[in-house]
Design a protein around this ligand. Sequence first.
Ligand SMILES: *Cc1c(COP(=O)(O)O)cnc(C)c1O
Length: 380
Amino acid sequence: MEFETKAIHAGQESDPSTGAVIVPVFQTSTYQQDAIGKHKGYEYSRTGNPTRTALETCLAELEGGKYGLAFSSGLAATTAVFSLFGKGTHIVLGDDLYGGTYRLMEKVFTKWGISATYADVDTPGSFEEALTTKTRLIWIETPTNPLLKIIDIKHLAEVAKAARVLLAVDNTFASPYFQNPLGLGADIVVHSTTKYINGHSDVVGGAVVVNDEALYSELKFLQNAAGAVPGPWDCWLTLRGLKTLAVRMREHEKNAKCLAEFLAGHEKVAKVYYPGLAGTRDHEIAAVQMRGFGGMLSLEIVGDVAAVERFLSGLKVFLLAESLGGVESLVSHPAQMTHASMPEAERRKRGITDTLVRLSVGIENVEDLKADLENALRRI
Ligand SMILES: *Cc1c(COP(=O)(O)O)cnc(C)c1O
């Protein structure tokens, strides 16, 4: 079955007791047992819930993986993955990544004796160089946040395999529609389902998908033992959003590509970061490992912070907000929003300047989006 069909049907058979076409919201915490230890596969909803199972099955199928696990947020999913490792171990992370992942590592996991090195994703060989005998995991995002850099997953999977460490890819920006890291050799895929997968800016959630059974068992244990599970309503809403992922992603990309080209030619824009623009190394890698370039783009405004503020206050359709991946277009200022938890020196080192603006291009009519940007840029 193809992607669009799986998104609508995988894990979502009609309800056997009623014929209901849509998986019900199983709003229950517990399940009656026929006898001690004799049950229908469910005992307690932290451990398992049928609505959650439907979502987990569908997500695994869409990522081309065997096992899916849903969490109460993307960071809860990340926490489960980092929790696979103990005191004295080492993790290598790409240096252009979600601010909350950086904060989780620096403020929580280092406290428990896990150390981290951030590899410069632009420097060939930087991941190899960062590996030590204590390293257990390489963690990357691609496309990265907020600079939309592309990391060669296949190459890094070979590096990880040779060093006998796991490779995890946060696939939130691409969504499974445009990229499947497991197929490129990664061991673990992580999502903030809050973003494209749910797609309607009304649920916070996360997921992990893997192929290896032993790894799945460990993660399933952590999901239950630490307990950061999503409720059935959130699973149901996410599943409903997921059904239209393919059609939404096609529109997101079409609009983003059009706006990236428009902005690249604008005198008030110093630089556009979008992997769909030809002529960069990032574009070449993206064209090989992705099936499309996504709906996220960043731009460097000509001028200073005051110019950025004038631009932001001039936007009417693009809403100033954190997050991304919903049907509505959003704009954010990484230095003061998503990456505010990163020290200024670290931000600068990573190229997250004060004039960098990030767009999550929605699926409104692209002419309205273009006009909105044009009006706001004129105010600079
Ligand atoms: C939002 C986001 C996260 C965190 O997910 P939450 O659902 O907000 O906890 C992790 N990685 C990326 C790339 C994100 O955009």
